[in-house]
Design a protein around this ligand. Structure first.
Ligand SMILES: Nc1nc2c(ncn2[C@@H]2O[C@H](COP(=O)(O)OP(=O)(O)O)[C@@H](O)[C@H]2O)c(=O)[nH]1
Ligand SMILES: [Mg+2]
Length: 474
C-alpha cells in the first residue's frame, strides 16, 4: 500500500491564463484549503459543512471590503484532482483582482504552487500514476491531432494497464523464485524450468512488441522530416509551396535564390510534417552560397525522407550528377522519392524518353528510388499523390499505427529498454540453469524499472525533473 502523502502546505495557483478575460480560476488545494477560503469568502452557506462537489456564489472580502463576486466550487479529498480538499475560486478575469485574491490566500497561510505541483500531489496521493501524469502534460503540450490521440490513450491508462499486468506477472514469478531460495533442500532438478523460462519469455515478447510498435512514435510527436533537394532552378521552392498549398518560400527565375534552408510545418493526413526547402546543389565559389549548400547537406542528413527533384523539361547537366552523388553519399539509406517536375512543359513522348535517361543516370550511381512522381509544381499535378505516398510509405496506416503506440515519451522508452535488458539477463541465467538468486536479480531489476516508470519508486530529483516541465496551475 502506498503511504498517504502529507504535505502541510496548502497551495494555490491560477489554473486558467491570468489575463484580462471573462473568468479566471484559482485552485486552492491542501488540508487547510476550505478553512483558508472560508476566511476570505462571504456567502450565505457555511463552506466548512458543505458537501463535496458543491458550487457556491458569494463575495471575496478583505477587511469588510468587497474584492470580487465569485463562484466557488468545493471538492473534498480524496474525490478531487489532487486527492486533497480542493476549492476553486472563479473570479472576474482581471490580473489585479486575481492578484488581490492570491495575496489574501497567502495572508491566510497558503502558498503559491510550483509548476506541476497539483499533478505531483495527485500522483503522490495515488490518483494517477506517473505515466498518466506525464500524459496530461503531453495532452496540454501536443501540437497535432495524432500526438494528442496518443496522449489521450496513455492518460486513459492503456500504458499503465500493460505495465501493471507485466508487473503482476513478474511478481508471481519472483515469489516462486523466492520460495525456492527459501527451500534449498529441494532438488535443483525439481525446479519448474519450463514455468520460469516461459514466463520470462512471455514478458520479453510483450515488452519487445511494445517497443517495436512504438518505433514510429517520434513521427507523431516530432513530425516526419522531409527534405526537398536538387539542382538550382528545378522547382524545389515551387514544389514546397505546392505541397504546403500556399505560396510561402520566395521563388525567383534567378538560379540559387534559396540560400538558406527554409523550414515549414504542416500536417499531411493528420501526421505532422516538417518540410525543408534547400539551396540548389552545385559547384560554387561564392562563400554565402557554399554555406547554403553545406546547410543543404546537413538538412539531407537529418531528414527521414528526401524528395529528389529534377526538371524534366531541361537538359541533364553535370550538376545533376553532382546532386545524385551527394544524395547517394548523405542519404543513400533514406527513403528517396523522385519528383520529375515541370511535366506541364513537355509532350508525353519526350517525358518517357527523359524519364528513362534520368533513371539510367540514377542506377549508374546506384541510387535507389522508392517511388517516382511526374509532377508539376505549377499546375499541382500529382502533388497530392506524392504527399499521400510519402505518408503511406513512412507511416503505413496512420490510425492503426496510432492505436498501437504506447511509448512516446523518451523516459518511458529508455525504461522499457532497461526492463527488456534485465529480463534477457534473467532468461540467460535461467537457460544456464543458474541458481534462482541469479534469475531473481534480473526480475527484481525489471520490477524496479517498472516501479520507476509508474512512479512507485521515485526520487525527489526525478519528480522535480518531470514536474518542472509542467505549467504552474497544473
Ligand atoms: N512550367 C513550370 N515552371 C515551374 C514549375 N516549377 C517551378 N517552375 C519555375 O521554375 C523556376 C524555378 O523555380 P524555383 O522553385 O525557384 O526553383 P528552385 O531553385 O529549385 O527552388 C521558376 O520560374 C518557377 O516558376 C513547374 O512545374 N512548371
Ligand atoms: Mg529555391
Amino acid at each position: 500500500m502506498r503511504e498517504v502523502f502529507f504535505d502541510e502546505d496548502t497551495i494555490f495557483a491560477p489554473i486558467t491564463p491570468n489575463v484580462h478575460s471573462a473568468v479566471t480560476y484559482i485552485r486552492v488545494s491542501g488540508s487547510n484549503a476550505i478553512d483558508i477560503v472560508s476566511k476570505i469568502f462571504e456567502t450565505k452557506k457555511n463552506l466548512k459543512t458543505l458537501r463535496s462537489h458543491s458550487l457556491v456564489y458569494g463575495k471575496i472580502v478583505n477587511d469588510g471590503e468587497d474584492v470580487d463576486d465569485v463562484l466557488v466550487s468545493l471538492m473534498r479529498g480524496p474525490n478531487s484532482y489532487t486527492g486533497e480538499d480542493v476549492v476553486e475560486i472563479g473570479c472576474h478575469g482581471n490580473p489585479i483582482i486575481v492578484g488581490k485574491v492570491m495575496e489574501l490566500l497567502k495572508k491566510h497561510g497558503a502558498r503559491m504552487a510550483r509548476p506541476g505541483e497539483f499533478t505531483k500531489r495527485s500522483v503522490l496521493n495515488g490518483k494517477m500514476d506517473l505515466v498518466q501524469a506525464e500524459a496530461i502534460n503531453s495532452l496540454i503540450m501536443s501540437n497535432n491531432m495524432s500526438s494528442l490521440k496518443i496522449a489521450r490513450r496513455i492518460f486513459d491508462g492503456k500504458l499503465s494497464e500493460k505495465i501493471t499486468n507485466l508487473k503482476e506477472r513478474l511478481l508471481d514469478l519472483l515469489s516462486y523464485l523466492e520460495v525456492l531460495v527459501d527451500h534449498p533442500e529441494e532438488d535443483l532438478a525439481n525446479r519448474d524450468w519450463n514455468y520460469i523460462e516461459s514466463s520470462i519469455k512471455a514478458c520479453i515478447s510483450d515488452v519487445t512488441d511494445m517497443i517495436e510498435k512504438s518505433k514510429k512514435s517520434s513521427f507523431f510527436t516530432e513530425g516526419v522530416k522531409i527534405c526537398i533537394a536538387g539542382k538550382t532552378n528545378v522547382g524545389k521552392s515551387s514544389l514546397m509551396n505546392a505541397i504546403l498549398g500556399e505560396d510561402r518560400a520566395i521563388i525567383s527565375d534567378v538560379p540559387g535564390t534559396t540560400r538558406d534552408v527554409v523550414k515549414e510545418i504542416m500536417s499531411i493526413n493528420g501526421v505532422p510534417v516538417s518540410i525543408f526547402d534547400t539551396a540548389g546543389i552545385r559547384e560554387s565559389k561564392n562563400v554565402i552560397e557554399s554555406e547554403g549548400i553545406k546547410r543543404t547537406i546537413d538538412s539531407i542528413k537529418s531528414s527521414d525522407v528526401v524528395i529528389l527533384v529534377f526538371d524534366i523539361s531541361s537538359k541533364i547537366t553535370k550538376n545533376d550528377v553532382l546532386v545524385i552523388k551527394n544524395i547517394r553519399e548523405y542519404a543513400g539509406d533514406k527513403m528517396i522519392f523522385l519528383a520529375l517536375n515541370k511535366i506541364d512543359l513537355i509532350s508525353p513522348g519526350i517525358v518517357v524518353k527523359k524519364e528513362r535517361k534520368i533513371k539510367n543516370l540514377l542506377s549508374d550511381y546506384n541510387l535507389n528510388i522508392l517511388e517516382t512522381f511526374k509532377v508539376s509544381a505549377k499546375t499541382n499535378l500529382n502533388i497530392s499523390e506524392l504527399k499521400n505516398s510519402i505518408i503511406g510509405k513512412v507511416i503505413g496506416n496512420v490510425n492503426e499505427e496510432i492505436e498501437n503506440i504506447l511509448l512516446s515519451n523518451s523516459r518511458h522508452k529508455e525504461l522499457m529498454s532497461d526492463v527488456l535488458n534485465a529480463l534477457e539477463e534473467a532468461l540467460e541465467s535461467s537457460e544456464n540453469r543458474m541458481s534462482e538468486e541469479f534469475i531473481a536479480i534480473g526480475i527484481r531489476d525489471a520490477l524496479s524499472y517498472i516501479g520507476e516508470m509508474i512512479g512507485e519508486v521515485t526520487t525527489e530529483d526525478l519528480m522535480d525533473r518531470i514536474f518542472s516541465n509542467f505549467c504552474v496551475g497544473k
